[in-house]
Write a new protein. Sequence first.
Length: 724
Amino acid sequence: MDVDDPSPRAGGVGADPPRIRRLEESVVNRIAAGEVIQRPSSAVKELVENSLDAGASTVSVTVKDGGLKLIQVSDDGHGIRFDDLPILCERHTTSKLSTYEDMQTIKSMGFRGEALASMTYVGHVTVTTITEGQLHGYRVSYKDGVMENEPKPCAAVKGTQIMVENLFYNMVARRKTLQNSNDDYPKIVDFISRFAVHHINVTFSCRKHAANRADVHSASTSSRLDAIRNVYGASVVRDLMEIEVSDENAGDAVFKMDGYISNANYVAKKITMILFINDRLVDCTSLKRAIEFVYSATLPQASKPFIYMSINLPSEHVDVNIHPTKKEVSLLNQERIIEIIKNTIEEKLRSSNTTRLFQTQAVNPSALIQANTQKEKGTDVKMASGMTSQKTPVSQMVRTDPRNPSGRLHTYWHGQSSNLEKKTDLVSVRNVVRSRRNPKDACDLSSRHELITEVDSHCHPGLLEVVKNCTYVGLADEVFALIQHNTRLYLVNVVNVSKELMYQQALCRFGNFNAIQLSEPAPLQELLLMALKDDELMGDENDEEKMEIAEVNSEILKENTEMINEYFSIHVDKDGNLTRLPVVLDQYTPDMDRLPEFVLTMGNDVTWDDEKECFRTVAAAIGNFYALHPPILPNPSGSGIQLYKKNKDSMASGEHVDNTDEDDIDQELLAEAETAWSQREWTIQHVLFPSMRLFLKPPKSMATDGTFVQVASLEKLYRIFERC
Ligand code: ADP
Ligand code: MG
């Protein structure tokens, strides 16, 4: 081997390690610049923020070729001193920060002193500025951080104008991708629109070079709604509601949020989320996803919302230095803040939902949820693009390691939102056919309101706190799940809580359900007979009696079909077939093996002659049907697999458990059972618990009836361990 060979090698065995060299400063700077100024719109954002930091009341933006040819931002701010011009565009020169500690209280948007410098490394920058009291201004150009010439006196109006030309002229790849990708101009317009909504006392304009008309033109105003109307149009403003919340627990409120959110009438394909935290335009993915989730779970049409939100916190609670372009910030107590906001939005939506204007949405037959009627075992529903395809290996579903956050709510949001994106056509799947409201409905709603008030007044505050802030640990057995709240572990009866949740949701969504469409209508009478056959109390003999009961019950349902369809989206066609069921929780379909039992309960247990009792009993029947009961097929895990043996005699003869021969097992049935059980486990973790945290108001009875059982307190356990 040639030891003196200085050339770098690919690192094979025995090769010399490559030499480490110090990069030239210009290279370092250009690499850093590429990070700060990622695209033309990021340059515009930095320039506009500088103008706002300079106290401007007017900011005008002009753009040519999506910003690649020219970006020009003019303001009427305080201008730049003549003496500072030589270092203006050097890296890490700023007027906004002097010690690291200043960052804790920083109010300006900039503080890194990197934006202008970066622009000079990837484009040609020319600055024209005048400070107050000067007779003339100065113009000077910069390249790679330094002045290209002495500042030249020039005529100037108040403030500063910064021009960036030929952005990325020296970054071939970047320029090419930007040229090929969509023009950045819409992004620029979007940024300016957002600033205009927040900084209502500043006049913004944004136009393409040489265009007569500005694409954003906001006039200074004292009303936020006027600002939104100006930029996003009157139709958006019509559907907005004001929202406000502050931290009630703390004596001196440290957290305040106010803004506007869209109501149930607003329709859009994409979420618009304008978020300012301490007056900084930022993104907060987890908050955005939480809000999207609340909308999709609360509103029947699951439209994407419009949100303008301004959050204010003491500056020492916000870490602004986590992103090179300050695009994201990190907050103290972020999860709690998100929770408070989520609850506020949810309440607002709930209370506004009753005033919704109903629109009829056409059914898209190709996207309808498929269902097959199977004579032997009821009706089996498979979602066209839904649950079955989402099957995840069981090992990945349960959070067994507390360090792995996969069972926690915020990770759920990520999954949830991508699911939602994938399934945008679920919106079209939703069959929202509602009759126009008539005066009769107003009184119907009052008994439904009474039932909701009952739920509220029976709510156990301690359990509510547990439910809202618990972490799902895993399933303990077929009925109980283990959850952790602070230092306590609880066993929760999944069947009971899900039944209650579904009951409450049935009341909340009353009159506003989306529908699960059965692809084949299921004859009520057959379903009833099926249920009666399963009913052990009835015995085998009196078939005639069963026929009679089935007939009577199906008549009762047919008589009330209009009402249950309108309020609960349970649709029975004129031939006595069940065709539609309500969506009680988004992304959740009940176990169709229980459909016959449900129909029988509707016939037997619903009180039809008293309005309030009728709503209560129908909601209870729905609650029971939609609850997460253990699947009817026995659990095949462990020794349960014995139950899937074809040759039952070998079981009777007491053959050993491990002796299960592959051929002996009814593989088809086993696969079905495995799917049902793992599906349920997935649903408990990813649908039931997140929804419970948002919606469940646990009644007081659950504290004593074994639904919630505290099994351990970690403090006590620690004390025991300490003694060991
Ligand atoms: P930062 O904003 O982080 O301080 P910049 O590189 O964006 O860093 O700007 C450097 C400095 O230039 C700012 O601190 C400010 O003093 C000055 N400056 C930039 N733009 C303007 C402007 N439009 N008006 C007045 N001063 C400006
Ligand atoms: Mg700046």
